[in-house]
Design a protein around this ligand. Structure first.
Ligand code: HEM
Length: 422
């Protein structure tokens, strides 16, 4: 199976911008990041380090957030050109914990059964409506799921009816690589949610409002503006990562009809015709491995960044206080010291123990680990089960597809995935 890869550079000469080192690795990461524990460069008066050493990664990601705070300037050039100071992604570390505690219940284990039911229902609606185009189909499903999650809606809600304009707008914007337009389409949903009335995110009984109205020190009351900013941020990040993950899974499976058939057989054997649930999804070992391998090779969020507030030693090199530490998730996932034959698609490798707990970090790790790290797995599994039951995928022209990062990991050119109803 052919797996696309980033075009990296033969030497370190392009590592001249910190923002680009985090956001546009295809333009500046050196090839040696795939086998060295560390690559260090000086950018003006600052040190920037790409860190693949797993012990150092564990320390950086799991330590107190005051010791290795997020490097926030990377969020300034956001999709719409302005910082959203009130979102969980950009808020200062000392206020961030309150935000995290406020939103975490939306993605908590007790909500996973509803999330799975929503994922099945939203995917069925998407397949029924958008069979002619795989991207539209997946975008509809992903947007519908995160919309229901944030509004506190269940699988029977008629939420799908509200989303058509946004889905087509998002697909066009994403095909044009225009993140600003994509963000604006998502932004149009904020007032829709506001006017949904009780049960909606911002109504009096809304999940987020209920959590934030408590006004305790750990969970301070959020203003309307803060809730809007976070609603947009969660909606956007939640749908974009899900769409990318499923698209790449479909792309890989589209090259291997035999593997699709094996997965369908596993689904039939374990689930029969039943609607998947949280516990039945855990039994689909082969599908789990395929999903893990997809998120290893084609991980949607390919990097994150911290800074160090004191000198920090990595792989025998002392980085000065104030250095920017890039966690190059894509490179960690293909690192020669952590994976055997790292460029190959081999789902069965996930049956074995990892070489190091930090070898596999699609959702990052530690305090800032993805808020939806656990629930996303169920969502993605439920979407894949529903798609595999309904549709056969065929991918064309894999040789021509390269990778680049534009918020998430995307193909460099359009490619064809045919969906045929089973
Ligand atoms: C396949 C799906 C997803 C992947 C691979 C993914 C990956 C990531 C990564 C790598 C981070 C950065 C963590 C860090 O800086 O250490 C992150 C953060 C975050 N993600 Fe996700 N994500 C996914 C889905 C979602 C979904 C569905 C949501 C729901 C809205 C979400 C919400 C967040 C939030 C709020 C943060 C910031 C957490 C914090 O700083 O405390 N993600 N995600």
């Amino acid at each position: 199976m052919i797996v696309p890869k980033l075009q990296l550079h033969p030497d370190d000469s392009r590592l001249r911008s910190i923002i680009r080192a985090i956001r546009s690795p295809d333009s500046c990461w050196p090839e040696r990041i795939l086998h060295d524990p560390l690559v260090v460069a000086r950018v003006r008066d600052r040190t920037v380090a790409l860190v693949c050493d797993p012990d150092a990664l564990r320390e950086v990601l799991s330590s107190d957030t005051n010791r290795f705070p997020r490097w926030l300037p990377v969020y300034r050039p956001t999709a719409d050109g302005k910082t959203r100071p009130n979102s969980i992604f950009v808020v200062d570390e000392h206020r961030w914990r309150g935000y995290r505690d406020a939103f975490a219940p939306l993605f908590a284990p007790n909500n996973v059964d509803v999330l799975v039911a929503n994922s099945v229902s939203a995917t069925e609606v998407a397949v029924a409506r958008c069979m002619d185009d795989a991207t539209t189909c997946v975008t509809r499903a992903a947007l519908d799921i995160i919309w229901r999650t944030l509004l506190g809606d269940g699988p029977d809600a008629r939420t799908s009816d509200d989303l058509d304009d946004q889905v087509y707008g998002l697909v066009d914007a994403s095909r044009a690589g225009d993140l600003r337009a994509a963000n604006q389409w998502i932004d149009t949903l904020v007032p829709v949610a506001r006017h949904r009335g009780p049960g909606a995110l911002m109504g009096p009984d809304a999940p987020m409002a209920r959590m934030t109205n408590a006004g305790s020190a750990a969970c301070p009351h959020l203003s309307d503006a803060e809730i809007s900013d976070n609603f947009l941020a969660l909606l956007y990040s939640g749908q974009e990562t899900t769409v990318t993950s499923i698209q790449w899974a479909i792309w890989l499976l589209g090259q291997d009809p035999g593997l699709q058939d094996e997965l369908r057989a596993e689904i039939r054997e374990i689930l029969g015709e039943a609607v998947p649930t949280r516990s039945s999804l855990q039994k689909l070992r082969m599908l789990d491995s395929v999903l893990r391998e997809t998120l290893r090779l084609l991980t949607p969020s390919i990097s994150t960044a911290r800074s160090c507030t004191e000198p920090f030693e990595v792989a025998g090199e002392l980085l000065p206080a104030g250095s920017v530490l890039v966690v190059p998730i894509y490179a960690v996932h293909r690192h020669r010291s952590l994976w055997e034959d790292p460029e190959a698609f081999r789902p069965e490798r996930h049956a074995r123990k990892l070489a190091h707990p930090m070898a596999y970090i699609p959702f990052s790790a530690g305090s800032h680990t993805c808020l939806a790290a656990k629930s996303s797995w169920y969502e993605l599994m439920a979407i894949l089960v529903t798609l595999l039951r309904r549709v056969q995928f065929t991918t064309s022209a894999p040789e021509e597809v390269g990778l680049h990062n534009n918020l998430v990991l995307r193909p460099t050119c359009g490619y064809d995935v045919r969906l045929e109803r089973l």
